[in-house]
Design a protein around this ligand. Structure first.
Ligand SMILES: *[C@@H]1O[C@H](CO)[C@@H](O)[C@H](O)[C@H]1NC(C)=O
Length: 497
């Protein structure tokens, strides 16, 4: 293509080669594209103004084909992919039906307006401008839309989508044909869950018509039972999305819950325990059991039923949610000492819900620095909220690793305190005052180390660690120090009680 021989000219040629890469359909020298897809094709002092980006037009709408010339041109034509040729001069003389001159011809000297557009106008259109000795050419793709077929959810049962909460369920939504391809989104209730979907577009012909199939892969949750799953299709031809939806039926074993403890029950009163649980499909067996421990139950009552003292009932709140009720008539301390189990079974399994009834207040966390639990109402507290009330839960015993970690930390603190105390005892350092009191943290280990030689060192160091006033520490006054140690001993006694 290049016949240049000099190095400099060759470089220019290479640049030219590179730039022609942008503009394949052009036949002549091309400037770099200036703004986006608008570029100019030049021949001597004549240039073409052309935007090659695709046009999407609905049938019966107006199709603007724009093409401009700078400089002197002889005439221009538009040529369609399927062989139709429109001479612009003729268009401007109203020779063709449904094709006319644009309102504004500036920078659009060869532009034409097709109105109404129809399916035959779909395809590549080329503007050809003839100048002295040559022609300038620009091409663009015109997509005449085809309305999508209705979206279809590919499910076995048209009334509900049956899924378990354990397996990922692929759900397909398809649109058999549309031009251009549709956009498919998924909604669960009012939540957009399209991120879990993938859409595949397959051309159905060579005319730009696509079949689209979107596959949603998701594990549905018990809480999503009863929600509407919707496939939503958008397209240029649609004023509003075309939707199809199906209600979810998520099946699951009764959902497990941490132990529930009900507090502040007044002896002598009638007390009704209300416990929410969820299960789908509905329980086939349900009963309340009671006994001295969760392992040894002595009695049980179906639901609904009564034995005079206990009365059981259940309320169906819908969507797999239930409230189980246990009314205790004339609540006694003996009732508070019992353990209660709500046992619920459906086709997917059985779950036992543990319940304690207490005449006491809900325990308060006595560590004042982390008293954020105080706001929890005392009526029903559960382990999941961070407070552990029952000895029988697994979660309130520390793991071996945690115990080892605490022991190591304690040993390090003891060693540090001992060393500091010893150092001070030996007058090795001049201690400055410290503001922070660490008394709470260090109370416990004093118990463990209250013996032998370490004892003195630790006692000697307490004014540093627990120092309440600057002067105390600075003076190193023996009496004051002694007072503080007494204080600490008292504290220790308190915690032991
Ligand atoms: C049980 O669920 C219902 C509905 O969500 C709610 O109004 C009620 O407060 C819940 N009851 C308990 C005891 O958590």
């Amino acid at each position: 293509m290049c016949k240049c021989s000099f190095v400099v000219v060759r470089a220019a040629c290479l640049a030219l080669l590179a730039s022609t890469g942008f503009t394949k359909p052009q036949e002549y020298t091309v400037d770099d594209p200036t703004d986006g897809d608008v570029y100019r094709v030049q021949s001597a002092d004549v240039s073409l103004i052309f935007d090659k980006s695709e046009i999407v037009v609905n049938p019966d709408d107006q199709l603007n084909l724009e093409c401009g010339v700078r400089g002197k041109s002889r005439y221009c034509i538009w040529e369609s992919e399927n062989g139709q040729i429109l001479q612009v001069q003729d268009v401007y003389s109203n020779v063709y039906d449904g094709v006319s001159k644009p309102l504004n011809s500036e920078g659009n000297e060869c532009g034409i307006v097709i109105n109404p557009a129809n399916i035959e106008h779909h395809g590549m259109w080329t503007c050809k401008v003839f100048v002295v000795g040559k022609s300038l050419v620009g091409s663009k793709n015109v997509i005449v839309t085809i309305k999508p077929t209705s979206p279809i959810l590919e499910v076995d049962n048209q009334r509900s989508l049956d899924v378990t909460n354990e397996d990922e369920t692929p759900v397909k939504c398809s649109v058999a044909a549309a031009r251009p391809a549709v956009i498919i989104r998924w909604y669960l209730g009012d939540r957009d869950v399209t991120v879990s979907a993938e859409t595949e577009e397959t051309p159905t012909d060579k005319g730009g018509i696509y079949k689209s199939v979107s596959t949603l892969r998701r594990t549905f949750q018990p809480t999503e039972n009863g929600q509407l799953l919707m496939c939503s299709v958008t397209h240029k031809t649609l004023y509003s999305p075309e939707n199809t939806s199906i209600p979810l039926n998520v099946v699951f074993k009764p959902v497990e819950k941490p132990i529930s403890t009900f507090y502040q029950i007044s002896p002598g009163s009638d007390y009704e325990v209300k416990l929410n649980f969820s299960a789908n499909p509905k329980p086939i067996n349900k009963e309340w059991r009671y006994g001295d421990s969760f392992e040894e139950m002595e009695g049980s009552l179906g639901i609904p039923d009564t034995d005079g003292h206990y009365t059981t009932d259940i309320e169906d709140l819908g969507n797999g949610l239930y409230t189980a009720k246990l009314l205790v008539s004339g609540f006694t301390e003996a009732d508070a000492n019992k353990r209660y189990l709500l046992v619920v079974e459906n086709q997917y399994g059985e779950t036992q819900y543990k319940v304690n009834l207490s005449i006491h207040d809900a325990p308060q966390d006595d560590d004042s620095e982390t008293s954020n639990h105080d706001k929890i109402p005392p009526t029903e507290l559960s382990v999941s909220e961070g407070i552990v009330f029952d000895d029988e839960t697994e979660s309130n015993t520390l793991s071996g690793g945690a115990v080892a970690g605490i022991v190591i930390v304690l040993l390090i603190v003891i060693a540090a305190v001992g060393a500091a105390g010893y150092a001070r005892y030996r007058q090795m350092f001049c201690f400055a005052s410290r503001a922070e009191s660490k008394a709470h943290i260090q109370d416990p280990e004093r118990n463990e180390t209250d013996n032998g030689t370490a004892n003195d060192a630790i006692k000697g160091s307490t004014d540093q660690v627990n120092g309440k006033t600057d002067s105390t520490v600075a003076n190193g006054n023996g009496n004051l120090e002694q007072t503080q140690v007494d204080e600490i001993t008292n504290e220790k006694k308190n915690t032991d009680v």
